[in-house]
Design a binder for this molecule. Structure first.
Ligand SMILES: [Zn+2]
Length: 218
């Protein structure tokens, strides 16, 4: 019996303590106002509802990551090193909203790029799930308890293929609507704040009930 209890506690430790859930955020058009190929920190602005969303997500047990295609590297519009400044500004913007930035994962590739070694097909350009899988490996994340929020169906597909739940922002940025079995979001939201509320509500619904006696103690 002792042996089996030890096995069980090891299992629970591995499943519920070591692996943390994350909220993955697309950058342009989801977290930030979309400024194409921008790497200037002074032009980075939070999208509507983003400040409130970060504030709410900071009260939840999620690590927060930015997941973004940055084909500007492969297309020669900016050097990969410029993304370091973007990451520093994101850290600052998250902190101003009361949240902690866990990191960014960028896909610098594009099959029609001009800059070696980035001008190639890859497994990390969304809708592929490579960036999410890498984040999960490097940060011990539980993808099944994680969420991906984006403004186009390529984001939804990347999140679904990684095994996350997904939220599509209905903010008019998706214009092609190429549908498919992997391109159906778990939920839709008008902006990032509503998306964060959906996640917080799901956490509350999934929380185990309070231990017997606790709620009646007066
Ligand atoms: Zn890539």
């Amino acid at each position: 019996m002792v042996r089996s209890r030890r096995f069980r506690s090891t299992f629970f430790y591995t499943a519920f303590v070591m692996l943390r859930p994350a909220v993955f955020l697309d950058k342009d058009g989801t977290l930030l106002e979309d400024v194409p190929y921008n790497i200037d920190p002074s032009l980075m602005r939070l999208a509507p509802g983003a400040r409130e969303a970060l504030n709410l997500l900071a009260t939840q047990p999620f690590e927060l990551f930015v997941i973004s295609n940055q084909s500007g590297v492969a297309l020669g519009k900016f050097p990969r090193a410029a993304l370091k400044n973007v990451e520093a500004q994101l850290t600052h913007m998250f902190a101003e909203s009361g949240a902690m930035f866990s990191g960014a994962y960028w896909c610098p590739h594009h099959p029609d790029g001009t800059v070696a070694p980035y001008s190639t097909a890859c497994d990390c350009r969304k809708p592929a799930p490579g960036l999410l899988l890498r984040a999960a490996r490097e940060h011990r994340l539980d993808l099944a308890r994680s969420w991906f929020i984006g403004d186009i169906l390529d984001d939804v597909e990347a999140g679904n293929r990684a095994g996350c739940r997904t939220i599509l922002l209905d903010n008019g940025h998706e214009t092609e609507w190429i549908e498919g079995p992997q391109r159906v979001p778990t939920a839709r939201a008008a902006d990032l704040h509503e998306a964060a509320r959906i996640i917080a509500n799901a956490m509350e619904a999934a929380a185990p009930p309070a231990p017997a006696g606790e709620e009646t103690a007066q």
